[in-house]
Design a protein around this ligand. Structure first.
Ligand code: NAD
Length: 547
């Protein structure tokens, strides 16, 4: 029988205090069937991104949390609890290191060898660090990206614009909703019809049409009517793009979020059904990877062709360009990355994918924190628009949560105000604050977050390590250091933090330190790289750059 996990709800504690309870609830929330992409295999999102190494390891994590004391810290190595240390009440309750490999060994082959031996797991970003909140976690970032692209290229929103993409998985499934929120039409391929159905079910997608020609026709009609609409097509990305190209249609925006960072377990080759692909993977991994590589080259060649014809084309953080370049598409990097194009200016003010989760499981708690955010940030039109749209359009998955791209200053002010609400009993239970590892100061990823840094420091991974150490020193409730998230093994190092607002004074002290330091480290990183906006921001906000 397949075991299922679901976070406890309510105000009754299973663990010694709310800090420990938060970890206990969040690891299980990551694996909630409403949240995770493949909970039976403990896969949360992003190809193989897991919350724990295996079921036995997860049971040990949960049992250890149930007996953990408020002055102890649990150590987790690639999804398995390996020990408990005596620490102190202000220290993190859990420290996690996932998927880390020494430089020369940091390859998919070595990772897979160790994974098969049961020695490691792939933690992605928020899967192994227990702060995944379903597709909502990425919707705002995706929305901000499409809004920024609309402003930059079309002088407004995306109404009357066609966005073509592929990949409707845990993260990619946010694309149709983000595009329609920005006013556009989204045509998205996914080889796996069950993923399309999942997005329909959660209202991230409006319609499924299995014939790519009919789907394109429908998308063009919607574009002509300037109607915000999204269509999922059950086919390979190459099949959809070939039909778009052969019809002489030029998408206004073109991107991709298939799991191209993993050519074995993420990406699916064309010319065969999904079932045939699964059989080939089981039978002959090398042959599967050859087929994936052939397909990804064709896929990127089609994207380059459409870019040549005028489609604004960008890489959406899945390493597709590198795979195609390594497979022989020399021009792959003519496609620009989305971070330097649209997101880096936000990072310069410590802004990034901040989020919080109501541990009570009550949607009313999120409604109250939404109201607080609307009051505190009413002057910021884009934050206000986001919250209003999210309230109207986003179905919660698992414990109710909210993503809000807050910057330095805003995060601490908001976290402290929520801690106050918990203290006064205005919420049914404490709240956890965390963020994606795709944040301003927490990641080195030369094909994504740190692509084309001004000073050429793209591959320097000291920054996420400093970020993690700073968060430990500041007293975050759990801190994680991962390798390979987003773009795959060998391509990134990143860190995460999650902190609990339980209404106590000690939580207030810790939140003040963590929620200031964490985004400040991003401002420091960008100021050091020579971004003037970050230098000015640091000066204005008295972020101490040393000296
Ligand atoms: P996922 O594994 O949950 O979903 C990937 C989807 O792609 C699956 O539904 C799969 O069926 C589909 N797919 C694979 N190959 C295909 C092909 N050739 N044609 C059509 N469909 C195909 O992954 P996810 O969580 O959605 O993440 C997708 C990618 O985006 C990953 O590479 C991930 O690392 C990256 N990512 C990007 C961001 C960002 O901010 N841009 C954030 C997180 C993850």
């Amino acid at each position: 029988m397949v075991e299922t996990y679901r976070s406890p709800r309510g105000s009754q504690l299973t663990c010694a205090n709310w800090q420990i309870e938060a970890a206990y609830r969040m690891v299980q929330n990551n694996l909630d069937p409403d949240v995770a992409e493949d909970p039976a295999n403990l896969i949360v999102y992003g190809g193989l991104g897991k919350a724990a190494r295996n079921h036995e390891a997860l049971h040990k994590i949960l049992a250890t949390l149930r007996r953990l004391q408020p002055d102890q810290t649990m150590l987790v190595q690639s999804g398995k609890c390996v020990g408990v240390m005596q620490s102190h009440v202000d220290a993190p309750r859990v420290l996690l290191a996932n998927s880390n490999l020494v430089g020369d060994w940091a390859t998919w082959d070595e990772f897979r060898r160790l994974d098969a031996l049961g020695l490691m797991m792939y933690g992605q970003m928020t899967a192994g660090s227990w702060i995944y909140i379903g597709s909502q976690g990425i919707v705002q970032g995706t929305y901000e990206t499409f809004v920024a692209a609309g402003k930059r290229h079309f002088g407004g929103d995306l109404s009357g614009r066609l966005v073509v993409t592929a990949g409707l998985g845990g993260m990619g499934g946010a694309q149709p909703l983000a595009v329609t929120m920005a006013g556009g039409v989204c045509l998205a391929a996914d080889v796996d019809g069950t993923r399309i159905d999942k997005r329909l079910h959660t209202r991230y997608l409006d319609e499924r049409i299995d014939d790519p020609k009919q789907a394109l026709q429908r998308a063009l009609e919607m574009r002509a009517q300037k109607k915000a609409w999204s269509i999922g097509v059950a086919c390979n990305a190459t099949q959809l793009l070939t039909i778009v190209r052969d019809a002489g249609v030029v998408p206004d925006l073109l991107t991709d979020q298939t799991s191209a960072h993993d050519m074995l377990v993420g990406y699916v080759p064309d010319g065969m059904s999904l079932e045939q692909a699964n059989l080939l993977r089981q039978r002959d991994q090398k042959a599967y990877q050859r087929e994936s590589s052939r397909t990804v080259c064709k896929h990127v060649a089609l994207m380059l062709d459409l870019q040549e014809r005028g489609a604004i084309t960008f890489d959406y953080g899945n390493n597709i360009r590198t795979e195609a370049r390594d497979g022989g598409v020399a021009e792959a990097f003519r496609i620009k990355g989305f971070i330097p194009e649209y997101i880096r200016p936000l990072f310069c003010s410590g802004r990034g994918p901040f989020r919080w989760v109501a541990l009570s499981g009550e949607t009313s708690d999120i409604a109250k924190t939404d109201a607080l955010a609307l009051k505190m940030f009413s002057a910021n039109a884009s934050l206000r628009t986001w919250i209003e749209k999210a309230q109207a359009r986003i179905a919660f998955q698992g414990l109710p949560a909210r993503i809000l791209w807050l910057g330095y200053g805003e995060r601490a002010a908001f976290g402290l105000a929520v801690n106050d609400m918990v203290r006064k009993g205005e919420l049914k239970a404490p709240v956890v604050f965390g963020r994606d590892h795709l944040d301003c100061g927490s990641v080195a990823s030369p094909y994504r977050e740190t692509e084309a840094m001004k000073d050429g420091s793209d591959a320097i991974a000291d920054w996420p390590l400093l970020n993690a150490m700073g968060n430990v020193a500041s007293g975050a409730t759990w801190v994680s250091i991962h390798h390979g998230g987003g773009v795959g093994i060998g391509k990134s190092i990143h860190s995460g933090q999650v902190s609990v607002a339980d209404g106590t004074e000690s939580a207030e002290r810790r939140l003040r330190r963590v929620l200031n330091f964490d985004p400040a480290s991003g401002v420091m990183r960008h100021a050091d790289a020579g971004y003037e906006a970050a230098e000015i921001f640091a000066r204005e906000r008295s972020i101490d750059l040393g000296g």
